[in-house]
Every structure is written in structure tokens, then in C-alpha cells.
Design a protein around this ligand. Structure first.
Ligand code: PEP
Ligand code: MG
Length: 574
């Protein structure tokens, strides 16, 4: 008999494979007295040697997949494993106190970590992160539970984990990993978004029972419905193999729409763009027929590393995206850190409500040094393509004005230095805070475009944390409240002759697309994998007809009513 675990379908597709379970973070080791301290020291030496071998492999793999610079972090880890202050001190503690190696290491490393974390110097503080990391690695060998590094997984499998960080997700070896399933998360958590941009099936928010499954258990991932079928029967296996084949065939069929522009049945043109998080994602956007980049989440350039990217490094990343897009529009969003996207190396104070805290532009306006570096990099890259700069998380006009002032100052400085820049760069903002949606008429006078970030706009409108699966039911993109806000924003922009895009997940939601087309959205930006299905969908819709139907939807009372109405109309049209 099979068993079914349900979660949230975060990235579509089917996968059939055995699971590899990633272990949750380990509690601090207990102090134990040992009789033979020499044997204990030998155990430590062996664990260090195993860690070293592992790190060498990881360094090599990382260099191949992500480049030499990303691999440098592991060079630092290897050096730490030879650091006498850490290793000799641990050996001394074992000898003097006759304690177990994992406890001694934890204590000695803990002392260094606390000391480094209290330092002013940022570089020294970063070393604390590295010590934490190698301590965990050596401890895992001492305990005989090797540290799982995602880039080293080479067997065909499905990953099961408590959660995956965006950098874990970025490191997945997609030749081997067929999909991933997690205990926590929601459709709009960043690991889910990464999964969609990598086009790998994902089910999140399954709950604790997921980690009870022994490694090697055969499962079927139905990431269309958010179902994980554990130990499938022969019939289920046959059925899902057939579904997977059909799904893959449809994907191949959609490929023929790749070169065509996006137009509705009655000839209205809209732009379908892709969301990206890394320069490498552009290839997928192009392969899926995106007509532009509607959102480049630049924070991913800052994550999965241990120091800030320099102006030069950022400039090269932006330039690469602009050049690859060959003059098609590229909306690059300034740093949106905070919420569930952390930069440990900045050692920012913990906030009790990070999604309501010093996030995105709020943070950039506090750390102008960092903001100016990014703006300079963007400005310098501007002449290599069709760049549009976008500010995230704006709540009040003053924030927009402040951001534009800093941008203008950097532009003036670069011009006075004789640096060549694009003559004109459109400047826009995200509409993701309800205050900005409500006052869109005021903002529309001061920007070139809006992009509606529904992931946040819905979380803030419904007061429902996008990371918390217990309130995931309030993520209702087609609720009349949300549709009314979207409508207000589009109408306000239209009055000022400005264009409106949407880069939240709603833009690629097949139930929402007909309504958004009807409301007059100009640009839809989504995960690359959704571009072609959306183009196919729009090609079958009359914009004229849907503008009438969308008006009706605005007067409904519940999302259920709207969804039922949309499905009914879509069926009628076929
Ligand atoms: C959004 O909030 O809809 C959005 C696109 O931004 P992010 O998901 O990166 O917060
Ligand atoms: Mg957002």
C-alpha cells in the first residue's frame, strides 16, 4: 500500500525516484568523559582528514559549476582545518579534561565564534561563519553522519529536507536531482521561486512526517497537485510514468510558440517576460521565449558568499544580462534583502518581524554606501542594453524620491568622470505594499513604470506571512480585494501614460492571466517555465471579452466565486 503526503505544489512537474534525506541541524554535542584521550585525539585527526578530502572535492566541483571565485570559500575552510589555534586547542582540551572530541571542538570553536562575532572588522566576523561551517562538517564525521553537500549528489534522487536555502537550491546537481520536497515553505518562499526558475519540480510545506521517511524510499512527486506518493504501487507507478511522459510531450509542443510574439485572440499585444535571480538564468528565459526580463532579483548576487559583491563584479553581471538579452527590456531590481533573504556576513540585528522590518529599499537607504555601489554598477552597465531600474518595497513617496535622488547623484558623478551611460534609463518601482497601491495615482506621476509584486502585496494586504503554511490559504491572488488593488494600479498608471507590469507569481497563474489581460496589464513577468504555457493561454483569449468579464469579477465576493467564474468562461470559450 502506498502512502500519500500532501504539501504545496511549488514548482510543476513529475518525478519518480528514491529520496535522499538531508539531516536537520544537529543539537550541541554533550560532554562525555573518555578514558583514552589519545584515541579521542586520533578520532579527531581522522575526522579532520575526512573533512579535508570532502572539501577538496567540493572546491573542485564548485569551481567547475560556478567558477573559481565561488570556490574560494572552500580554500578558506581547508586552511581553517590546519589552524593550530583551533585544532591544537581542541586537542589540548581533550587531553586536559578527558572529554569527547565533538564536545571539545564545539567548545573551542564556540569561543572563537563568539570572539569573532563581537569584532568590528567585517572580514574577521565573516570568519566566524566559516568556523561554524567546518565545525559542523568535522562533527558530522566524528558522529559518522557525513555532511551532505548538495553539489556532490550524483545519484538519481529526490531531495527531502527541512528546508533548502536559495544557495542550497542553486547548488543542486540537476543531472541527478529530479526534484525536492521540504517540511516547511510556501509557494512564494524563495526556495520555491528558485525551483521554478531552475525548472525542477518541488513540493514544499509537507510537514514533519516527511523526515520520518527512510533514505532510499521510492516516491512519486506529483508537483502539479502537491502530492508525494510514498512506496507507490505498480499501478500508480505506471500511471505516473504515463503522466510524466504526457507532461514532457506537452512541454515539447509548447516549444513551437517560442519565436512568436504574445497576442490575444483579438490581436492585443502584451509582453511576456521572465524573472531571474542569476546571470545563468537568462539562458532559460531565452530558451522559453521570454520577450524581456521583467525582474532580476539582484539579491541573489549577494547571497551564498561571504562578502559583498564589488561594483566591478556587479557591473559585469548586469552587463552580461543586458548583452544576452540583445536590446530587449531588462528590469533590474535594486537589492531586496531582508524578510527570508538574509546576508549573514552583514551581521544585521535579528528582527522580530523581518518582513515588516528594515527590508529592501528601507535597508538600502540606511546603508547608502552599499546602495550607491549597486547604482553605480547599474549605471555603468546601462549602455550595454535596454536597462530599466526598479526599486522594491516602497511604502511612501519620500522613499521613492530619496532613491531617485541618490540615483541622480551617482549619475551626475559618473558623467563628470566621463563614464559613458545610456542617455535615458526608465526608473520604476514595485507595487508590493498596500499603501503604494492605494496611492498609485501619486506615485504614477513620479515613475516611468510600475511592476506589481503580488507575492508581497498579497501577504501585506491579507496580513498573512508568505512563509507560514498555516496561513497559506490566505494567499488568494484572485480574491476581489486583490483584483481591485491591481485594477486601481493599472487605471492610475494609464491616466499618466505609464506602463504596468506584474512580477509576482500571480502573473503566471493560469486562473489570473485572463483577468489580468482584461484589466489591461501590459507586461507579465514569471518563471521562465510559465512563459510558453501563458503565451498559449493568451492566444486563445479575447482581450475585449475579458475586460468585460474582469469588470464582473471585481464585483464578486470571494476568490472561490471568481475562480469558478473564470473556469466556467474558459470552458465555454473552448
Ligand atoms: C513580489 O513580492 O511579488 C516580488 C516579485 O518580489 P519577491 O518575491 O522577490 O519579494
Ligand atoms: Mg517582493
Amino acid at each position: 500500500m502506498s502512502q500519500i503526503l500532501s504539501g504545496i505544489a511549488a514548482s510543476p512537474g513529475y518525478a519518480i525516484a528514491s529520496i535522499v534525506t538531508l539531516k536537520p541541524a544537529r543539537p550541541a554535542p554533550l560532554r562525555e568523559q573518555v578514558a583514552d584521550t589519545h584515541a579521542e585525539q586520533a578520532r579527531l585527526a581522522a575526522a579532520i582528514e575526512q573533512s579535508r578530502a570532502e572539501l577538496r572535492t567540493i572546491r573542485q566541483l564548485t569551481e567547475q559549476r560556478l567558477g573559481a571565485e565561488k570556490a574560494e570559500i572552500f580554500e578558506g575552510h581547508l586552511m581553517l582545518l590546519e589552524d593550530p589555534e583551533l585544532i591544537d586547542a581542541t586537542n589540548e582540551k581533550i587531553a586536559e579534561e578527558a572529554v569527547n572530541a565533538e564536545y571539545a571542538l564545539h567548545e573551542v570553536a564556540g569561543m572563537f565564534i563568539a570572539m569573532l562575532e563581537s569584532m568590528e572588522n567585517e572580514l574577521l566576523r565573516e570568519r566566524a561563519v566559516d568556523i561554524r561551517d567546518i565545525t559542523a562538517r568535522v562533527t558530522s564525521h566524528l558522529l559518522g553522519e557525513p555532511h551532505q553537500d548538495l553539489s556532490t549528489i550524483t545519484e538519481t534522487c529526490i531531495i527531502a529536507a527541512e528546508d533548502l536555502t536559495p544557495s542550497d537550491t542553486a547548488q543542486l546537481n540537476l543531472d541527478a536531482v529530479q526534484g525536492f520536497v521540504t517540511v516547511v515553505g510556501s509557494r512564494t518562499s524563495h526556495s520555491a521561486i528558485m525551483a521554478r526558475s531552475l525548472d525542477v519540480p518541488a513540493i514544499v510545506g509537507i510537514g514533519e512526517s516527511l523526515l520520518d521517511l527512510p533514505g532510499g524510499t521510492l516516491v512519486v512527486m506529483d508537483a502539479m497537485e502537491g502530492r508525494l506518493i510514498v512506496n507507490p504501487t505498480d499501478e500508480e507507478l505506471a500511471e505516473y510514468k504515463a503522466r510524466k511522459r504526457k507532461y514532457d510531450e506537452r512541454k515539447a509542443n509548447l516549444a513551437r510558440l517560442k519565436e512568436l510574439p504574445t497576442a490575444s485572440l483579438d490581436g492585443a499585444r502584451v509582453e511576456l517576460a521572465a524573472n531571474i535571480g542569476r546571470v545563468e538564468d537568462v539562458a532559460k528565459a531565452i530558451a522559453n521565449g521570454a520577450e524581456g526580463i521583467g525582474l532580476f532579483r539582484t539579491e541573489f548576487l549577494y547571497m551564498g558568499r561571504d562578502s559583498l559583491p564589488s561594483e566591478e563584479e556587479q557591473m559585469h553581471s548586469y552587463k552580461a544580462v543586458l548583452e544576452k538579452m540583445e536590446g530587449k527590456p531588462v528590469v533590474i531590481r535594486t537589492l531586496d534583502i531582508g524578510g527570508d533573504k538574509e546576508l549573514p556576513y552583514l551581521n544585521l540585528p535579528k528582527e522580530s518581524n523581518p518582513f515588516l522590518g528594515l527590508r529592501a529599499l528601507r535597508f538600502c537607504l540606511k546603508r547608502e554606501d552599499l546602495f550607491r555601489t549597486q547604482l553605480r554598477a547599474l549605471l555603468r552597465a546601462s549602455r550595454f542594453g535596454n536597462l530599466k531600474i526598479m526599486f522594491p518595497m516602497i511604502a511612501v513617496l519620500d522613499e521613492l524620491r530619496e532613491a531617485k535622488r541618490v540615483l541622480a547623484e551617482e549619475r551626475a558623478k559618473l558623467e563628470s568622470e566621463g563614464v559613458e551611460l545610456a542617455a535615458r534609463i526608465e526608473v520604476g518601482m514595485m507595487i508590493e505594499v498596500p499603501s503604494a497601491a492605494v496611492a498609485a495615482d501619486l506615485f504614477a506621476k513620479e515613475v516611468d513604470f510600475f511592476s506589481i509584486g503580488t507575492n508581497d502585496l498579497i501577504q501585506y494586504t491579507m496580513a498573512a506571512d508568505r512563509m507560514n503554511e498555516s496561513v497559506a490559504y490566505l494567499y488568494q491572488p484572485c480574491h476581489p480585494t486583490i483584483l481591485r488593488l491591481v485594477n486601481m494600479v493599472i487605471r492610475a498608471a494609464e491616466r499618466e501614460g505609464k506602463w504596468v507590469g506584474m512580477c509576482g507569481e500571480m502573473a503566471g497563474d493560469p486562473s489570473a492571466v485572463p483577468l489580468l489581460l482584461g484589466l489591461g496589464l501590459h507586461e507579465f513577468s514569471m518563471s521562465a517555465g510559465s512563459v510558453l504555457p501563458t503565451r498559449e493561454l493568451i492566444a486563445g483569449l479575447s482581450k475585449h471579452e475579458w475586460s468585460r468579464l474582469a469588470e464582473q469579477a471585481l464585483t464578486m465576493r470571494t476568490q472561490e466565486e471568481v475562480l469558478h467564474f473564470v473556469q466556467h468562461q474558459l470552458k465555454g470559450a473552448n
